[in-house]
Design a protein. Structure first.
Length: 206
């Protein structure tokens, strides 16, 4: 099954609040964005957002230029339905993050929770970082969260790469300055704990 078909079936078969990565609120991501991006007109993209409530909470917090990207149109439809009329205030992108034609130097904040870790080959990781460098404004900010060193070996049944903050930061290279990093115990809907790591970086040389 290719990646597109995999994610289509996940969001068709499973309730979006029963998937292992479900969060009622993306508290860590929201906190980092609110602490570091005071401009409510900032352009913020949530990459591989799935049905995450981050966009809902960013809207509530007053952010006006929000974009949501996911390979699964089914995931996007869940968030669109939840948002109702507010969905018209969001730019929706249904594509593979490695292939989507994103505007150059456009985003102030790039957010990714549990997507980068699916890139198990180096070529795809390089394409991803190129995409970030292309789309982010100079001095733009990146929040990336993946499974940590003690996290599961698979996510949604797919193999992943686990990182600590150093190895994750190294994937992005010297043009990204590491501002904050941390670990998070994520409690899944079935009650197990998944160890996540996150890095918050600023682009310093674009
Ligand atoms: C583990 S889920 C995480 C969802 C969300 N970020 C969250 O934290 O709730 C991974 C998401 O990334 C999407 N995805 C996986 N590979 C992708 C890719 N190459 N491009 C865009 N989206 C992708 C999937 O459809 C899925 O919604």
């Amino acid at each position: 099954m290719d990646s597109h078909a995999h994610w289509k079936s996940i969001y068709t078969i499973k309730d979006s609040n029963k998937v292992s990565w479900f969060q009622e609120h993306a508290d860590t991501s929201l906190r980092i964005i609110q602490q570091n991006e005071s401009d409510k007109n900032a352009h913020i993209i949530d990459v591989g957002a799935g049905a995450s409530p981050l966009v809902d909470d960013l809207l509530l917090a007053g952010y006006k230029n929000l974009e949501v990207l996911d390979i699964s149109s089914e995931a996007l439809a869940i968030t669109q339905e939840r948002l109702g009329e507010d969905q018209t205030n969001i730019v929706w992108r249904n594509d593979n993050v490695l292939e989507e034609k994103l505007p150059r130097h456009h985003y102030d904040v790039w957010h990714d929770r549990a997507v980068f870790h699916f890139l198990t080959n180096e070529e795809d990781r390089n394409r991803y970082v190129k995409q970030v460098c292309h789309a982010l404004k100079p001095n733009g900010k990146v929040i990336i969260s993946t499974f940590g060193p003690d996290g599961p070996l698979k996510c949604s049944g797919l193999p992943i790469v686990r990182y600590n903050h150093d190895t994750l930061h190294n994937e992005f290279g010297a043009q990204f300055k590491l501002i904050e990093h941390g670990q998070e115990d994520h409690l899944t809907p079935d009650g197990s704990v998944q160890k996540f790591v996150y890095c918050f970086c600023k682009m310093v040389n674009n």
